[in-house]
Design a protein around this ligand. Structure first.
Ligand SMILES: Cc1ncc(COP(=O)(O)O)c(C=O)c1O
Length: 368
């Protein structure tokens, strides 16, 4: 079955490279190849001499070594590198799911999480995040009630796109226990890890549970989406083999220059993450003040992790119309909740970029 249009990506296809002021990006500030190479003396020469043959399908050993060092219980042969996180989502669904499977997806979600299982013919049930007194709430009793004997896969994303919801350690443990009771595969999209605002990062799901598949990527916390390097990590050999052999029909292997640069970035991750965490922290403080000044107009649902949030207009304003008008009148791009098939009073705001203070000020001048 062909998946429906990816609403968010179609919206970005119209505006992302035209809008002068992006206020809804989900990644952190990026950097140039030159700046990345400067992090390690001698790496520019090494990069120039890089051989442009095929690379190992599983990912280069050097890259997998750096990735494996992020985990407690995962080794290099349990990492499978992909072209971005999106290829990994696709390959996992296509290789593991059959039409008789039931899949539970935390919603709202990055659309491929629900759409790809649906396109495999699965029955997909939404596990809804709800606005709470502070931020957002994922009700684990509700998840328990959604599990059926046919449930094969639970898909979660933490820190979450678009709400910034983050499980606490007890909830994370309970989620894993619920999956383990029935040997359900847990697919944990952890692409925003290391951008937690107050809580320490949770252990990767695959470090805690054999039937978990953790998704990581260079695009978000590390701010290097142009590399198109993502990966899955799992201790389950059967799952690993199924996804690895499906990958032979998609990209086969990754780009050698990207693997080189991703390896370098991960080797210097503390420098890159420190810069991005500082940006996100300072920009979030600006957002707190902004929403305090505009309490009459907006509901501020403060995120607990990641570089994005999902606030709402208080009045029945259509965020879709508002976003089109804002783009037309001042070139500022917000992402309406309708792109997530969610209440259109909500919109996504992104605060991982260096020019965020300037763009927020422009928006505020427009708001009056
Ligand atoms: C939660 C989530 N998962 C996966 C992806 C896909 O990442 P990539 O662009 O690296 O393929 C995104 C991108 O926005 C995302 O927000």
């Amino acid at each position: 079955m062909r998946p429906d249009d990816f609403k968010l990506e179609r919206f970005f296809a119209r505006y992302e490279f035209k809008a002068p002021y992006l206020l809804c990006c989900s990644d952190c500030e990026s950097m140039s190849v030159q700046d990345l190479l400067k992090l390690q003396p001698g790496s520019a020469e090494e990069f120039h001499c890089l051989w442009l043959g095929y690379t190992e399908s599983q990912g280069s050993p050097a890259l997998r070594e750096e990735i494996a060092s992020l985990y407690e219980n995962i080794s290099t042969d349990q990492i499978l590198v992909h072209s971005g996180a999106e290829e990994a989502i696709h390959n996992l669904c296509a290789s593991l799911l059959t039409p008789s499977d039931h899949v539970i997806v935390q919603m709202p979600c990055y659309q491929s999480m629900a759409e790809l299982p649906r396109s495999c013919g699965c029955e997909v049930t939404a596990w809804q995040l709800r606005p709470a007194a502070v931020g957002w709430l994922a009700d684990l009793d509700e998840l328990q009630a959604l599990i059926t004997p046919q449930t094969r896969l639970i898909i979660v994303n933490s820190p979450h796109n678009p709400t910034g919801h983050l499980f606490n350690p007890e909830e994370w443990q309970r989620l894993i226990e619920l999956a383990a009771q029935q040997d359900i595969i847990l697919f944990a999209d952890e692409v925003y890890k290391y951008l937690e605002h107050e809580q320490a990062p949770l252990p990767w799901a695959c470090d805690l549970y054999e039937n978990a598949v953790s998704l990581g990527v260079m695009s978000k916390s590390f701010g290097l989406p142009g590399l198109r390097i993502g990966w899955i990590a799992t201790a389950n050999r059967r799952i690993f083999r199924a996804i690895a052999s499906f990958k032979d029909y998609t990209t086969i292997c990754s780009s050698a220059p990207s693997e080189f640069l991703a390896t370098l970035a991960l080797r210097h991750r503390s420098t890159i993450l420190e810069r991005n965490r500082t940006l996100v922290k300072n920009n979030l403080l600006l957002l707190d003040k902004f929403f305090a000044r505009h309490q009459d107009k907006f509901e501020w649902l403060r995120p607990q992790g990641g570089p994005i949030a999902f606030p709402a207009f208080r009045n029945p304003v259509s965020a879709s119309h508002y976003a089109e008008e804002l783009m037309a009148s001042c070139g500022i791009l917000l992402l309406p909740g309708s792109c997530y098939d969610y209440d259109d009073r909500h919109f996504r705001i992104g605060f991982g970029r260096a020019n965020f203070p300037e763009v927020l000020q422009r928006w505020e001048e427009h708001l009056g």
